[in-house]
Structures are given as C-alpha cells and as structure tokens.
Ligand binder design. Structure first.
Ligand SMILES: *Cc1c(COP(=O)(O)O)cnc(C)c1O
Length: 373
C-alpha cells in the first residue's frame, strides 16, 4: 500500500488537480453535535423556512410501498405536468437530481478540453467547478457593482466558447438582469454558443422587468433554462430540478443522464408541489416580509447590502466576515461565509421565518458591538 500523500492526485484527471470540493452551508446536525445547542437557526442554504408542503409530505408517505421498484426513468407524469404548466413540449424537459444534476449534464454534453465556458465574477460556484472538472477553460468576467457585465461577456467570446452560465438572479449576490438586457445579449451572441440561464429563484422574483426564461427560449434555440424544486417549493432534500431546452439538446443530455437519476418520491412530490399555489404564495409572502426586515437590520447597523431578488441577502461587513460568522455560530445561528465567491467581507443570509430573522438581527448587532468595542 502506497500511502504517500499526493500519490493518487498525480493519477487523477488534470482538471481535478486544483479543484476544491463544494462546501455547503453548515448542517444543523453538525452544529448541534459541536455545541450541544439544540435551539439553532439555519439561514445558510437558501432553503424554504416553511419546510415542505404538507400535502406533499402526506403523498410521499403513501408511496413507500413502491420503493422496491425502480422509478419511471422517463418521468412520464411529471414531464406531462410540467409541459402543460410551462407550455413547452415534454421533449424539451430534462429532469435532474436537483438542478445541479441538470447543470452537470449540460456541462458534460458541451464542455471538455479545448473548449471554454464564460461565467461572471461572484457566480454560483458550481459553474466553475463543473467547467474545471471537465478540463475546459474558465473565462471569468469582472462584474460592475456586482452586476454581470454582458457587453464584456460578448466581447470575450472566442471560437472555443461553448457555454455561458448566467444565474438570474445570481447566488450569492442576488443581482438579476432585465428582460431587455438578456434580449439584447442573445441578439448579439452567435447561436452556436449555449446560454445556460439558471432560474433557481424564479418564483421569488417580483421585479417588473424580470424575464421569464422559458418564454425567451421560444425565440432562442441556444438558450437553456434551469429551474428547481429546492427553493420556493421547499423540496431541497429530495433533489429535483429540470431544464427546458431545444429538444435536440435534451436528447444529447439524455445520452449521458443516469437512467434513474430522479427517485420515485421526488417524482411524486414535484408533481404535487406544482399544485401547491397557496404554499407557494405563502413562501413568497414570507420572503418579501423577511427581506424587508433584514434590509432594515442592515441599514440600522450601517451595513451595505446587495439588493437581492432571491430568498437571501448578502451583506458587506466591511471587515473579514469569518470571525463574525463564528460568533454567530456560538449564538446558534448559521449563515454563509462566501470567501470562495471572492467576497471575504460578506455574509449571505437566507430569509427565514419572522422569529428566525429577528434572532439573527439581534445576534448580529450584539456580535458587531463586541467587535467594535
Ligand atoms: C440553489 C441553487 C440551485 C439549485 O440547486 P438544486 O440542485 O436544484 O438544489 C441552482 N442554481 C443556483 C444559482 C442556486 O442558488
């Protein structure tokens, strides 16, 4: 047995050599184990603070008897339902084990050594991870005031560019681009370059000029839209998301898709969740309310935040965020440090239930006053 460290690293694919694994928000169970504190608030992973919809919970309990069977790999019923809801052909829909899985299928379909993907500075970290893991080159465009710079993006296109990732709104900044900006961008982009428009927070956005990517997809065959049940629908733990694309792209993705990538409970849950309009409405209302509360908190503390269209708010602490993050952990509150996104002075805070936002606000002002004195 050769246990010299780095022995297997040299054997790994070159794309993996400089890759750091994705670091998720600290799980509640972990902080519970570490501190013994059982009264914890997690505002670190943009999860729906209401939990899953009740009716979805009841329905998946009824499915347990079917767990010895493989799921429907073609996801007939869910695709049918999404197709009606979104007014797209079922052949345009690709389901994934979370939208992460869909993003990975897209990347594996089009990226590899000798190709390039373009992302924005402070983009969702999964895009660079996938690009590098596949041995493709990553081109990162500087943001302006945290906003993606679409003109520079267009200018950076080369004949090796295959894909442009754009989250709308973006995580962790919460910034979004308008319909007018996307249309002008798409009109000026060669149709051989795929734009992956990641709409994980689509349901939460209430800005008038926010585009519906699936509507735009009708006009641009090189546009792929991804959405998820992890956020507003409250099903992050089940892992289900999807893309809407040109059928030919969907067919290519299907060639590398794991045959049973979406499990049977998720198929049932997602289908039902689409009918939970009241739950969705309540989730959005709680988010709007909580957003205002956190904005106020930060303003009162004289902290700048990045205006967000998602279910989270990113705040500039004007000092390294890690010590403050750790002090908040001591008070039983988990938020998200985002130095891996190039924002070492910022924390990303997911919008919680009213009492959770309140606890966070109080804790933050206590922590900050300790740091100032
Ligand atoms: C949360 C999030 C996702 C969703 O990931 P799932 O795999 O669907 O849970 C995708 N993109 C962005 C930008 C996100 O923040």
């Amino acid at each position: 047995m050769n246990s010299k460290s780095g022995f297997f690293l040299k054997l790994a694919q070159s794309g993996l050599q400089n890759l750091a694994p994705y670091k998720p928000g600290k799980p509640i169970e972990e902080l519970e184990r570490e501190t013994g504190n059982r009264d914890l608030v997690k505002l670190a992973s943009n999860e729906n603070p209401l939990g899953p919809p009740d009716r979805v919970l009841a329905a998946i309990s009824g499915e347990h008897g079917n767990l010895s069977r493989y799921p429907d790999g073609g996801a007939f019923y869910l695709k049918q339902k999404l197709s009606e809801r979104l007014n797209v052909a079922p052949e345009m829909i690709t389901l994934g084990n979370g939208s992460n899985d869909v993003l990975e299928m897209l990347a594996r379909t089009f990226l590899g050594p000798g190709t390039e993907a373009i992302v924005s500075q402070h983009c969702f970290v999964v895009y660079p991870l996938l690009t590098k893991a596949l041995g493709a080159d990553l081109v990162e465009i500087q943001t302006r005031d945290y906003q993606p710079d679409l003109d520079s993006t267009l200018k950076s296109v080369t004949e090796r560019t295959r894909m442009i990732f754009l989250a709308n709104p973006n995580n962790p900044t919460g910034t979004w681009v308008s319909k007018k900006e996307i249309i002008s961008f798409m009109n000026n982009l060669p149709s051989s370059i795929l734009v992956v428009l990641d709409e994980a927070y689509y349901e939460y956005v209430n800005s008038q000029d926010y585009p519906d990517g699936i509507e735009l997809q009708r006009d641009y065959e090189n546009l792929v839209v991804t959405r998820t049940f992890s956020k507003a629908y409250g099903l992050a733990g089940l892992r289900i998301g999807y893309s809407v694309s040109n059928p030919e792209i969907a067919d290519l993705m299907n060639r590398i898709r794991q045959p049973f990538n979406v499990n049977s409970l998720s198929l049932v849950a997602a289908s039902l969740a689409l009918d939970e309009m009241d739950f969705l409405g309540e989730s959005i209302a709680i988010n709007n309310e909580g957003m205002k509360v956190l904005e106020q908190t930060f303003s009162l503390l004289d902290l700048q935040y990045i205006p967000s269209a998602g279910n989270f708010l990113t705040v500039d602490l004007d000092q390294n965020a890690l010590p403050i993050y750790k002090s908040l952990l001591q008070k039983g509150i988990i938020v998200r440090p985002i130095e891996v996104y190039g924002l070492p002075n910022h924390l990303r805070v997911s919008i919680g239930l009213p009492h959770q936002n309140e606890r966070f606000s109080v804790a933050l002002s206590e922590v900050l006053s300790n740091f100032q004195s």
